[in-house]
Each structure stands twice: as C-alpha cells, then as structure tokens.
Design a protein around this ligand. Structure first.
Ligand code: NAD
Length: 493
C-alpha cells in the first residue's frame, strides 16, 4: 500500500518525492510505503484548513455532529478490517487492536453528542437589565501530532472534539503507522466532511512535525508522545504564545497491599504490564508490593507469565506481540542491562527473542525484576517495553510515597480490600488516573485522560475536558437598560 497525504480533500504525494517504508513489526517485512512531507506540504495543508475552517465554524454544531455520527457508523462497519491493518502496521494483538478501533467508535458517538451540548454558562449580571453568558468558540486551525502506539484512537480523541467544536485539523501521524491515518481520512471523506476540514500530512518529527508547530496559522498544537519531544514543542509554542496540550510518558505503578486478592492483582498486573508489549503510556512498569506478600506475588506472577504466548498479533491465541522496531528492542535491552548493573534481581526474561519465528520480527521476552529500589533508573525512567519491576514496601504510606516519587504522573492502581486504604490512596496518589482493584490501563473515553507532573501540562484528552483544548471561552454581556452601566462602579443604584 502506498500512503499519500490528504490535503484539501485530495490525495497528494509530498513535494519531496521521498517515501519511507512501512514495516510489519511482527515479521520485519515491508508492507507499504508512505510519502515523507516537507514544510511546503504542511503549508499547503494549513492553508486549506484555514480557508475551510471559516465556513465550517458557521455550520450549526448539531449539523457538524451529523458528520461524526456517520464517521462512527463507518468505523463500526470497518472495525475488523481496520483492526487487522492496525495489527500489521503497529504489532499489537488483534484483540487489543479491535479495542482500539472501538475507542474511536465510542469517541465518535460521544463527541457527536457534544454537537447538541457544547455548553457554556448563563449567569446573572451584577447590574440591572443586563444579561451575561459564556460560549465556546473554535480556536481555528488545530495541529495534531501523534505517536505510533495508538495509531487511530489518539487521533480520534483529538480530532473529533476539535471538529465538532468548529475547528479544522492538520494531523501529522507517526511515520511508523500511516495506514490508520489514511483510513480515517477516507472515512471523513465518505462521511461528507467538507474539503480542508481534516488534513493528513505524513512525515517525520523534526521536519514535518516541526513545520506544523512553527506555522503561524496553527493556533493550537495537541501532542501525544515522549517527554523529550513534548518539551521541545512546548518551548517553541511558548515563544509564539501558541496554545499547546501535551500528553506524554508514564512510569505507572500497581500497589499490592497484604490484604489484596492476589489472583486478581496478578491478572491486573499481567494485563497492564505486558499488554501491548508494555508499549502503553499507562503500562504498569512498577509493582509496589507489601513485603508480607512479595514472595507469594513473585511466585504467582512467574507462574502466570509462563502462560503468555508471544508472537504475531494476528494469531488470536497470541497474548504478547512484537515491539515496534529494532531501536525499541535495543532500548529495552539496554534498560535490562542497567537494571542488572544497578543490583536488581532478574526473575525471568531479560533477552531479545531470536529463534525460529522470532528471527525476523522484533520480540522481547516478558521480563520481571524484583528487589528493585525506588531510586534505580529502571524504577524511574520509561522503558516502553514488556519489563516490570517489583519494589518492596512496608506500609501504605511508603507505597504512596514510592508511587509519587517519580517525575511522571499518569496512572496508578491499588489492590486492597480495605476501604480506608482505598480512600487514602484515592486522595494521596498524585496521578491523573487512579484505579482501585484493576490494573493501570483501561481508560474510558468519556472521562478526562492525562497526567500530572512530567506527563502533561495540565490539559486532558477525552471527556468534555478535551473541548477545553480546542475552544476559547468567549464571555458576552448584553445590556438592555438603554443607558451606560459601569460594572464594579455603578453598583449602588
Ligand atoms: P515521540 O515523541 O518520538 O513521537 C511522537 C510524535 O512526535 C511522532 O509523530 C513524531 O514524528 C513527532 N515528533 C518527533 N519529533 C518532533 C519534533 N521535533 N517536532 C514535532 N514533532 C515531532 O513518541 P513515540 O515514540 O511515537 O511514542 C511513544 C511515547 O508516547 C511514549 O513516551 C509514550 O508514553 C507516549 N504516549 C503518551 C500517551 C499519553 O496520552 N500520555 C499516549 C500514548 C503514548
């Protein structure tokens, strides 16, 4: 498959004439190629978006929403086809790929509903015969930059609220996963979205992504990806006073107290730590275990990990797929070596799988360390692979302190049967998402999604909170007294 840009409703090759291969991480095979854009292509997309946005903003929001309903139905109709394509370009197992497409479907219907809400406030004026209200206004052209690990869901979290609110979008997907971008653009086209409201410009970060960040007509950047890149983008947006929403990495923990249902905790950890081969921003990479159950938990986890079938995600029996590419494999392996050098005890895994069917793809053995200290690098830095570390603690207070001691603040979880511990954890865990008696993954689209501290910059994807990124508040005062009334001054009349 040859993937082109989608600009002003037309499929176009980049003016660079360059293409990059699309690799199936399960097999190492090239399964397509994608056009690699330069600044001029970004410029053309932003120009089209700017012109289209002016008209789109004047379409009544419930009518804008009708397009999203159609998008939702088309996603639903094509769920299986999209999921298979997603597994081929990104590697996650088919069951999870279906779940990811489902997130897009849910988001389409949820945000379509916003077309008949987009609530502002009406509120009394402090003066007589005066009316006051606030309304949401679109920002204009929205630049979206996304990672490869959720190639369609994240784009829907961002573009659907942006579009229903009356903005136009220019999306730069990750170069590794252009198929989903192409399919979403086709769906928008079929759903009847006017030309130029949704555009896709494929390319790399430093050239294509950067051109979008630096374009003066892009008024908001919504980015999901690594901290390193997010920080650079925020600096650039800061200089031009551009609104920027950042969703970045995580170092998420599951806390297991000594009164927990251990079977449930093991299931939750297995799913959160090794699902998507650990390549989720919410993946559990720390297991903070009460010392009374640490040994038992280790044994149960080791037993459970033996049931993890590793392989090509298109096989329904496979539980853990490949990681995205060779670079990721090497990064994960480097962290495992660091862990060993730091004195952590390797319980299982810790190597690249190379024999037989693993020879051509990018597979890492699910890995478990124990006796990890909170200050070790493997307990603080994002590895983004199937590697989890058990950190022993003596109390809930210590567990919470360890959880909160990292730079990131995305997701945390606690397994306990004690209601007092539950409420203490809900209050004191400093992450944007907290789970009780479930792993660290599994966000639902109608709640805000995002993190505190180094994970974000205070904005949220998903839920109504997403609309805050893509709208400006406009406060409107209507004076029907027929005379000049001065707020804060004419208060005694
Ligand atoms: P990345 O930061 O390398 O790339 C993300 C996107 O930014 C890509 O499209 C890339 O091309 C682009 N980019 C790179 N350099 C750029 C630049 N200088 N200017 C503009 N754009 C640039 O991240 P990745 O490896 O694709 O994804 C993995 C990371 O994403 C992990 O850290 C993970 O935790 C994070 N993530 C976070 C969330 C969340 O919601 N918090 C969700 C998924 C993934």
């Amino acid at each position: 498959m040859k993937v082109l840009n989608f600009i002003n409703g037309e499929w176009k090759e980049s003016s660079s004439k360059q293409f990059a291969p699309v690799i199936n991480p399960a097999t190492g095979d090239a399964i397509g190629e994608v056009t690699v854009s330069i600044e001029a292509d970004v410029g053309a997309a932003v120009k089209a978006a700017k012109a289209a946005q002016k008209k789109w903003a004047l379409v009544p929001a419930p009518k804008r929403a009708e397009v999203l309903y159609k998008v939702g139905y088309l996603l639903k109709e094509r769920k299986e086809q999209l999921a298979r394509m997603l597994t081929m370009e990104m590697g996650k197992v088919i069951e999870e790929a279906r779940g990811e497409v489902q997130e897009g479907i849910d988001m389409a219907f949820y945000m379509a509903g916003e077309g008949r809400r987009l609530f502002g406030d009406t509120t009394p004026s402090e003066l007589k015969d005066k009316f006051a209200m606030s309304v949401r206004a679109p920002v204009g052209v929205v630049g979206i930059i996304t990672p490869w690990n959720f190639p369609i869901a994240i784009a829907t979290w961002k573009s659907f609220p942006a579009i229903v609110a009356g903005n136009a979008v220019v999306w730069k997907p990750a170069l590794e996963t252009p198929f989903m971008a192409q399919e979403l653009a086709k769906i928008f086209e079929e759903a009847g979205l006017p030309k130029g409201v949704f555009n896709v410009v494929n390319g790399d970060g430093p050239t294509t992504g950067n051109a979008l960040v630096e374009h003066p007509d892009v008024r908001v950047i919504s980015f999901t990806g690594s901290n390193e890149v997010g920080r650079k983008i925020a600096e650039k947006c800061g200089r031009s006073l551009k609104k920027v929403s950042l969703e970045m990495g995580g170092k998420n923990a599951v806390i297991v107290m000594d009164d927990a249902d251990l079977s449930l905790a093991v299931e939750g950890i297995l799913w959160s730590a090794f699902g998507t081969s650990g390549q989720r921003c919410t993946a559990c990479s720390r297991i903070i275990a009460h010392e009374n159950i640490k040994k038992e938990l280790e044994n149960r986890l080791l037993e459970a990990m033996r049931t993890l079938t590793i392989g090509n995600g298109l096989d329904e029996n496979v539980k853990v797929g490949p990681v995205i590419n060779e670079k990721a494999l090497q990064k994960i392996d480097r962290y495992v070596q660091i862990g060993k050098e730091e004195g952590a005890k390797l319980l299982t895994g810790g190597y690249i799988l190379q024999e037989g069917e693993y020879n051509k793809g990018y597979y890492y053995a699910p890995t478990l360390f124990t006796d990890v200290m909170p200050n070790m690098r493997i307990a603080r830095e994002e590895i983004f692979g199937p590697v989890a570390s058990i950190i022993p603690v003596k109390s809930l207070e210590e567990a919470i302190e360890v959880n909160n001691s990292v730079d990131y603040g995305l997701s945390s979880s606690i397994f306990t049967r004690d209601v007092n511990k539950v409420f203490t954890a809900m209050r004191d865990l400093d992450t944007g998402i907290v789970y009780v008696n479930a792993g660290t993954t599994g966000a639902e689209i109608h709640l805000p999604f995002g993190g505190t501290k180094g994970t974000g910059n205070g904005h949220r994807d998903s839920g109504v909170a997403a609309l805050d990124v893509f709208t400006e508040w406009k406060s409107i005062y209507i004076d029907f007294s027929g005379k000049l009334q001065r707020a804060q001054i004419d208060i005694d009349e």
